[in-house]
Write a protein that binds this ligand. Structure first.
Ligand code: FMN
Length: 315
């Protein structure tokens, strides 16, 4: 198996279930039983918004979607219930590591949530700084000072490793990565969805959905790859890459760009087959084959040498 070290956690394989509603509540059991390397939960908040409807719209080729789901619709207490239940039941026999994504409106609120969630026995915390909805024009992921302040509080509050989820939609990525590192983050993850308005009906002048949303899926993969390569250039922290991963080849692309593991999001929205453990074993097998195939390994090395991974090597 292609085991991966991530923030001091040993993942059986580099396939991660990205944050989103597909592993929420009772679905957590199905997600765990896929035996992905890790699952990162939907972002848990202390004041949740219920699901709006409709909350998705599609691109014409059906490969990119806009969603207007803002953080998890489950209450903090419900998450504590589901995570504790999974822990009590030995994670239903799963080998997946469990990372809880959290978000709050102040450093103290965020550290409060982190402490509560840590007690359920999760393996790590991720701070979801990069959601492009509901934050006005500015997102925390674009503000190094706030990233530092929030991350510091969480790192101080818990014993598990903390990763920070960043966005491609900021112009000061290296400053934000540096702030997260200084604050004690153990890893960086990205990208979140990108702020979008997928369609406007030119007859009525109305967009498909009533507000900005997050764009995900294959169309954002080139942006995700470039962002992960840029992040890997300015930090030694392990990086979790996501954005448009549709198959294991795409995941390998992210690893080639500098990620230690890759997260799958939108594919879970409508692809029921993604839920089958068999589908997962195809992914894992693909990663394993690629990793154990010497010619592929040298491609990884070759690619890393084309993409200058360290700032010092950029002229
Ligand atoms: C419906 C939906 C809900 C999401 N919810 C969250 C969330 O709660 N927290 C988070 O950090 N990212 C969330 N994301 C972002 C994904 O985790 C991922 O970063 C992004 O969608 C890019 O990956 P993808 O193209 O594979 O979907 C969500 C994405 C979608 C499509």
């Amino acid at each position: 198996m292609y085991a991966t070290d991530l923030m001091g956690l040993t993942l059986d394989n580099p396939v991660i279930i990205a944050p989103g509603p597909w592993s929420r509540g009772e679905k957590l059991k199905d997600a765990l039983q896929c035996n992905a390397g890790a699952i990162i939960t939907e972002s848990i908040v202390s004041e949740s918004y219920s699901d709006t409807c409709p909350r998705y719209t599609y691109s014409n080729d059906n490969r990119g979607i806009q969603n207007i789901r803002l953080y998890s619709a489950l209450e903090l207490e419900e998450w504590i219930h589901w995570l504790s239940e999974a822990q009590k039941k030995n994670r239903y026999g799963s080998s997946s590591k469990l990372i809880a994504s959290i978000m709050g409106t102040s450093p103290s609120e965020l550290s409060y949530i982190a402490k509560k969630i840590e007690k359920t026995g999760i393996d790590g915390i991720e701070i979801g700084f990069a959601c492009p909805m509901g934050e006005g024009q500015d997102i925390i992921a674009g503000d190094p000072e706030r990233v530092y302040a929030y991350t510091c509080e969480v790192v101080k509050a818990v014993h598990v490793p903390v990763s920070v989820k960043l966005s491609a939609a900021v112009g000061n990525l290296s400053a934000v990565v540096e702030a997260a590192g200084k604050a004690g983050a153990s890893g960086i993850s990205g990208i979140d969805t990108l702020r979008c308005i997928l369609k406007i009906d030119i007859e009525s002048g109305k967009p498909d959905l009533p507000t900005y949303g997050g764009y995900s899926g294959a169309p954002i993969r080139p942006i995700g790859l470039a962002t992960i390569a840029s992040i890997a250039q300015c930090t030694d922290l392990p990086v979790i890459g996501m954005g448009g991963i549709e198959n294991y080849e795409n995941l390998i692309e992210y690893i080639m760009a500098g990620a230690s593991a890759g997260g799958i999001g939108q594919r879970f929205c409508f692809t029921a087959t993604m839920w089958s453990p068999r589908q997962y074993s195809i992914w894992k097998h693909g990663c394993k084959l690629t990793a154990s195939n010497p010619s592929k390994r040298s491609e990884v090395e070759l690619c890393r040498s084309f993409i200058p991974l360290k700032r010092s090597s950029v002229i």
